[in-house]
Design a protein around this ligand. Structure first.
Ligand code: FAD
Ligand code: DHB
Length: 389
């Protein structure tokens, strides 16, 4: 197979890249290791920044998102049962977030790509990337027990944290940074309408809790658990009890319903300080992971894609190599910002030290400051909805 941009991975990054390049008349082919059913059923993020929704709008893939997604104009932050609302409108000049499940995003993008008659090979894992230091890189992949070769001008590795893109990047072109947090998230999906109109992030002496949602009938909630915990240790009733305590505030009640998804996600910050070598470019989780508090992971993947599209359009249409040459440098500014914000939200709301300790007092001081300072609330709001490009 031959194309202009060979894309590895049909997650949010790979699919968005393909559709956006197409809009600019640049051809691409996507190869995905897993089956379509598997990818479309994978439950992950749910928070879309204004930027991300604007990009999907430009790509013409928001019909269902506009109907089924929920636009939120503020967020509740809770500390030991005391709740404050941070409104976005006043603080960010009218920018918002939208709650819409990542697997729905993936379905919409996949449909748009395939309905346009384009190529996306499922169950076709890439095995190696070669010749990316020449003008004719190649991606080797397997499908139905046979080896295939995708020849292209550029390789976009949008293949997530465990993909081959980062492993292929020569070790001497980047430094890596990792922080592992001493806690994980137990996340659930439940058939019950949300008990809140906007998301609630809560610190509690028993640990963090987050109330999110997917629709009028489905809620998404998370609690902090220890790294060695497992879903088998938690009955549905224990999860609901814990959520009710951690999210609780006077006069408020948590609605409960049947839980149909339970999983544990470890929390990690990871990034590399260079995301390219020759004609190989990394985007999204392939190059960085943020802890999920604040919902930046998916949005950051889409932001990388924006910068990569800019560079490729400059190359193909304007005969200008600056955008591609500076891709990592440009993308990393936003990545650093998101790393800082995700780390801030994570350390503010998780229990990492004794209730009442020095660390706890700093957390409480920050929370009290949000209540009284418009300036402080503004920095949270503008990072949360996503800074403009
Ligand atoms: P991915 O979505 O990982 O897509 C990469 C794709 O590449 C996958 O489809 C994979 O199958 C494919 N692939 C991998 N290797 C190969 C190969 N060799 N050949 C071909 N294809 C390959 N973010 C939040 O903001 N909030 C959350 O609550 C949240 N929860 C998460 C829970 C989990 C369990 C995980 C793993 C992530 C979560 N994230 C969350 C992060 C968010 O989902 C990611 O940031 C987002 O998926 C990044 O998109 P991506 O396209 O870069 O990578
Ligand atoms: C969701 C996940 C997040 O990590 C977050 O900060 C907000 C919402 C969610 O899955 O809905």
């Amino acid at each position: 197979i031959q194309t202009q941009v060979g894309i590895i991975g049909a997650g949010p990054a790979g699919l968005t890249l393909a559709l956006w390049l197409k809009k600019h008349g640049i051809k691409s082919v996507i190869i995905e290791g897993k089956s379509r059913e598997y990818v479309e059923a994978r439950v992950r993020a749910g928070l879309l920044e204004q930027n991300t929704v604007d990009i999907f709008e430009q790509l013409g893939v928001v019909d269902r998102l506009k109907k089924e997604g929920q636009e939120h104009h503020g967020v509740y932050l809770s500390f030991n049962g005391e709740r404050v609302r941070v409104p976005f409108g006043d603080l960010t000049g009218g920018r918002n977030i939208t709650i819409y499940g990542q697997q729905e995003v993936v379905k919409d993008l996949t449909n748009a790509w395939l309905e346009g008659g384009e190529t996306l090979l499922f169950e076709a894992p890439a095995s190696k990337i070669v010749d990316f230091d020449t003008q004719n890189p190649k991606i080797y992949f397997e499908q139905n027990g046979e080896e295939g070769i995708l020849e292209c001008d550029f390789v976009a590795a949008c293949d997530g944290f465990h993909g081959i893109g980062r492993k292929t990047l020569p070790k001497d072109v980047y430094k890596e940074f990792t922080v592992t947090y001493p806690f994980s998230w137990l996340g659930i999906l439940a058939y019950v309408g949300p008990s809140t109109d906007e998301l609630i992030y809560a610190y509690h002496e028993r640990g963090f809790a987050l109330h999110s949602m997917r629709s009028d009938k489905v809620s998404r909630l998370y609690i902090q658990v220890s790294n060695d915990d497992s879903v088998e240790n938690w009955s549905d009733e224990e999860i609901w009890n814990e959520l009710a305590i951690r999210l609780g505030t006077s006069g408020w009640e948590l609605k409960r319903g049947p839980i149909f998804e339970k999983s544990i996600t470890p929390m990690r910050s990871y990034f590399i300080d260079n995301m390219q070598s020759g004609r190989l470019f990394l985007a999204g989780d392939a190059a960085h992971i943020v802890p999920p508090t604040g919902g930046k992971g998916l949005n950051l993947a889409i932001a990388d894609v924006k910068h990569l599209v800019d560079g490729l359009v400059d190359h193909y249409h304007n005969k200008n190599e600056e955008g591609l040459k500076n891709y990592s440098k440009i993308a990393l500014k936003r990545i650093w910002r998101a790393q800082d914000f995700s780390n801030f939200m994570t350390t503010l709301f998780h229990k990492s030290d004794e209730h009442g300790s020095f660390t706890y007092q700093l957390q409480k001081a920050k929370f009290d400051y949000i209540k009284t300072s418009k300036a402080y609330a503004t920095t949270i709001a503008e990072n949360y909805v996503g800074l403009p490009f």
